[in-house]
Design a protein around this ligand. Structure first.
Ligand code: FEO
Length: 407
């Protein structure tokens, strides 16, 4: 765990968490940070906690003491969002201190009670304030469905610091640099990539709500954005606001100038056409991601499709339906509300077709509104005339995706 002063009277405690499945399902290859913030006036508030997974409160308490805060002197626990990555420490804290007040939205209060049995709760609404003394005044601003319905921003008026919880967060471990002005160009690229993974994996479902939260952040005068995951933005908080605005567009069909090939093959027939397509993309100088399902992680699959302006689905018919690992991937993309993508599908069939029918069912059921070019299906191995059709469609995709590129 690291401790840092981010501005006058406000500290951050942060730790990297690795080797976990985030939300019990996302295999995050590059880890994630959990950030907690301590605001000191005459009273002391801690915003979100950082011991959700390791369950070692002593780590937190030792670090608090080193920044001059006795855990017993903490008056307020501010729960911006009840998900246990931010609140899992409450029960441990209860073991050492009895008289504290939890501050959260009404929706969070219900869950704080049901998850942890807590009932000493002050429910706050838009614009409510908490004066900690010594000039530190917190105000509260609900941002529902960023990520859960209970979420709120906390804003400190004196330093104009926005504690944004999941909003403006990113996956990815932090090394020695914790602030935007410290990041190397490589680290900026890393957090762009991990930010996209984070947004696509856990936030994309709520893009409409995130847009409202972006507007709410813009309406506040913000000098520092201090999220629950990832670096703190003190030099240029507008950058992460702009990045999130761009990510919200990726959720609705635009993307970077790259193609993701989402593919699977039973006995190598569809794979022959995938190899052929790779050759075309290399010849045309198009950046591409080749993800074989089910070998690829769900996290990377969702992130790659999300950020791409073009998608190629390569999957055969399997028992009268779409090859199941690719069908499952498409379903997940639909559940994540990744809509409006430009796409093309091809694939092999043996005794019967059926993949196309299921693909259409998935797209319609999830209201994905993807723009598909005409598919190419071939019996058994792809013949020369099949590959010619595939090439024509891939070139059409490359042409059409130019209108979808937002970098
Ligand atoms: Fe960082 Fe939605 O939890």
């Amino acid at each position: 765990m690291k401790k840092l002063e981010i501005t006058d009277g406000i500290h951050m405690l942060t730790m990297n968490v690795e080797d976990i499945l985030f939300e019990g399902m996302w295999d995050i290859a590059n880890g994630v940070t959990l950030n907690s913030y301590i605001v000191q006036g005459e009273k002391i508030a801690i915003i979100d906690g950082v011991i959700g997974w390791d369950g070692i409160p002593e780590t937190l308490y030792k670090n608090l003491e080193e920044i001059g805060v006795e855990p017993q002197n903490i008056d307020y626990l501010i729960v911006n969002h009840m998900e246990p990555d931010h609140s899992g420490w409450i029960s441990n804290f209860r073991k050492i201190k009895d008289d504290f007040t939890i501050i959260c939205t009404d929706k969070a209060a219900k869950m704080v009670a049901s998850f942890y049995g807590e009932d000493k709760i002050r429910i706050v609404k838009e614009g409510d304030t908490l004066d900690l003394g010594k000039g530190k005044v917190l105000s509260f601003h609900p941002v529902p469905n960023v990520h859960w319905p209970d979420t709120m921003y906390t804003y400190e008026r004196d330093t104009k610091t926005l504690f944004s919880c999941d909003m403006f967060g990113t996956f990815g471990r932090m090394g020695d640099h914790y602030f935007d002005d410290e990041l190397t160009p490589e680290e900026i690229d890393f957090f762009e990539s991990e930010g996209i993974r984070y947004y696509s994996n856990i936030m994309a479902t709520f893009t409409g709500n995130l847009r409202k939260a972006i507007e709410k952040a813009k309406a506040l005068e913000v000098n520092i954005i201090a999220p629950g995951h990832g670096p703190v933005y003190r030099k240029n908080p507008q950058k992460i606001i702009d990045d999130y605005s761009r990510y919200s567009l990726y959720a609705e069909g635009v993307g970077k100038n790259e193609i993701t090939i989402l593919w699977g093959s039973m006995y190598g027939m569809t794979a022959k056409a995938v190899d052929f397509v790779e050759g075309i993309l290399q010849r045309e100088g198009i950046k591409y991601n080749k993800l074989e399902m089910p070998l690829e992680s769900e996290s990377e699959m969702v992130a790659a499709v999300f950020r791409s302006a073009g998608v190629i689905i390569a999957a055969p018919t399997y028992e009268y339906k779409l090859f199941p690992p690719v069908a499952a991937a498409l379903n997940e993309l639909g559940r994540k509300r990744i809509i409006g993508k430009l796409a093309f599908r091809f694939g092999s069939y043996g005794w019967s077709g059926g993949a196309e029918r299921e693909l259409n069912e998935i797209v319609e059921r999830n209201r994905m509104n993807w723009d598909f070019l005409e598919s190419v299906e071939f019996e058994g191995a792809p013949k020369e005339e099949d590959l010619k059709k595939v090439e024509a469609r891939v070139l059409e995709l490359i042409q059409k995706m130019k209108e979808k590129v937002v970098e």
